[in-house]
Design a protein around this ligand. Structure first.
Ligand code: KG4
Ligand code: ZN
Length: 433
């Protein structure tokens, strides 16, 4: 065991097998992600059985690669952290079983991390890393009369500047929007006695925002995951072309128990939530379907999917308007832009309303959909207008990774919150109440 505060994080809740080494919850020493996108792309979504099989194949090489990239061995670690849920049952089982075995064999403590907590810590980890880089620049290294401040963030000195855990983080309390393929949840986040508390204040009643992106992209004949496709296509379309609207969610509907029993509904209770902060993305998906049928676009989408998913096709989201128009007519670009504009608008409206009503002084946006260009731009502008601080993870930390799991484990490790030997993956694990 070392005194460096090195935690090995393991993540296998969905379709990425990931391992990372993070120092004191504040510096990524290594991060390896094995994506299963190629396996699931041809089915237009994650196939749980295939995901488990791929995790089994990848977990040992991915963990070895993370240790090698960090230039350490298992003996240098202080703890192992693993995603315990929510996620796919079989996928979680692979990571949890492997982490337990490794921790037992090495005599290391095991820390169980909620995947959503991991996404929130991706932002905090990013903040810590930016602070270190800044500090390194601000504290010039003066050597024989020369000022090396501009190069300082690449020196060993900058590495020694790792801040203490839980030191300056976003102004508290923070409102966190976790928006991904499996979740659209709002939390009020506060530091408390060395760790963090999470109060659930809003969530989707049905589909997650990322799920809507994936389903709409599939319907329009584009690739999986759909978010990066819709993101790229939207740049070239008119967001006002199709007036999608989100209806108000009536408290009676969900209190009367009429809420669909979906994946999302299982991971968080809804009874005490303010209906102003509830989301629903299944309606807009159906509205896009209606539009496609009404405008006889189905066949065109079908042909595109056949072209894009032909063997050896290396389809990727378009970078220019010409590339976009080579893939689809302007009408589809307008549809994609209108869908995205409506989804981002709804996420913004409810997140900022919650931040204002709950007295949050900063907003964190995280999860795969936080990689979206329009979302980042519009959230940033609105936060500036309201005088709120806003933070996103880097693009690499937005989608699933294990650095966020190792970072989230650090305060728990310090507080001695270790997992029991009986730990098992919980597909519906809830965070906060
Ligand atoms: O966080 P993540 O990697 O996995 C889950 O925990 O679900 O998020 C994956 C989701 C997918 O639904 C994907 O379509 C979406 O994030 N996504 C995006 C973008 N990049 C990924 N959605 C919108 N715009 C993007 N640029
Ligand atoms: Zn995720």
């Amino acid at each position: 065991m070392s005194t460096r505060g090195l935690i090995l994080g393991i993540e296998s809740s969905c379709d990425e097998t990931a391992a990372a080494v993070v120092e004191r919850g504040a510096r990524t020493v290594s991060s390896v992600v094995a994506s299963q996108i190629a396996t699931h792309a041809r089915y237009g979504g994650v196939v749980p059985e295939l995901a488990s099989r791929e995790h089994l194949r990848a977990i040992v090489p991915v963990v070895r690669a993370a240790l090698a990239q960090a230039r350490i061995t298992l003996a240098d670690l202080d703890a192992i952290a693993v995603t315990a849920g929510p996620g796919l049952a079989g996928a979680l089982l692979v990571g949890v079983t492997y982490a337990k075995a490794l921790a037992f064999a090495q005599g290391l403590p095991l820390v169980a991390v909620n995947h959503l907590e991991g996404h929130i810590h991706a932002v905090l980890l990013n903040e810590h890393e930016q602070e270190q880089a800044l500090q390194a620049v601000e504290e010039p290294i003066v050597l024989k009369g020369h000022d090396f401040s501009r190069a300082a963030n690449t020196t060993k000195k900058s590495r020694a500047l790792a801040p203490e855990a839980n030191s300056p983080s976003p102004s508290e309390p923070a409102l966190a929007l976790v928006v991904s393929g499996g979740h659209t949840h709002l939390y009020l986040v506060r530091p408390a006695h060395g760790t963090w508390t999470y109060k659930l204040v809003g969530r989707t009643l049905d589909d997650a925002a990322g799920e809507a992106y994936d389903k709409v992209a599939k319907l329009l004949g584009f690739g999986y995951p759909g978010g990066p496709w819709i993101d790229a296509l939207s740049r070239f379309g008119n967001p006002k072309a199709v007036p999608f609207a989100f209806s108000h969610i009536k408290p009676k509907v969900y209190l009367a128990g009429k809420v669909p029993r979906t994946k999302a509904a299982k991971t968080a209770p809804i009874a005490d939530l303010d209906p102003r902060f509830l989301f629903s993305f299944s309606g807009i998906k159906t509205a896009v379907l209606r539009y496609v049928e009404l405008h006889i676009l189905r066949e065109e989408a079908h042909d595109r999917a056949a072209r894009l998913f032909a063997p050896n096709s290396e389809a990727r989201p378009p970078q220019t308007k010409e590339e976009a128009l080579a893939l689809c007519p302007q009408q589809i670009l307008d549809l994609a832009a209108s869908f995205q504009c409506a989804v981002v608008g709804d996420l913004m409206k409810k997140s900022f309303a919650a931040a204002e009503s709950l007295g949050a002084r900063s907003i964190l946006v995280t999860g795969g959909v936080a990689a979206n260009r329009e979302l980042r731009g519009r959230f940033t502008a609105e936060a500036a207008r309201r005088g709120l601080r806003i933070a996103f993870p880097t693009l690499a930390l937005s989608t699933d990774n294990a650095a966020m799991i190792a970072a989230a484990a650090w305060p728990r490790f310090q507080a001695g919150e270790f997992a029991e030997g009986s730990l098992s993956g919980d597909p519906s694990l809830a965070l906060g109440r």
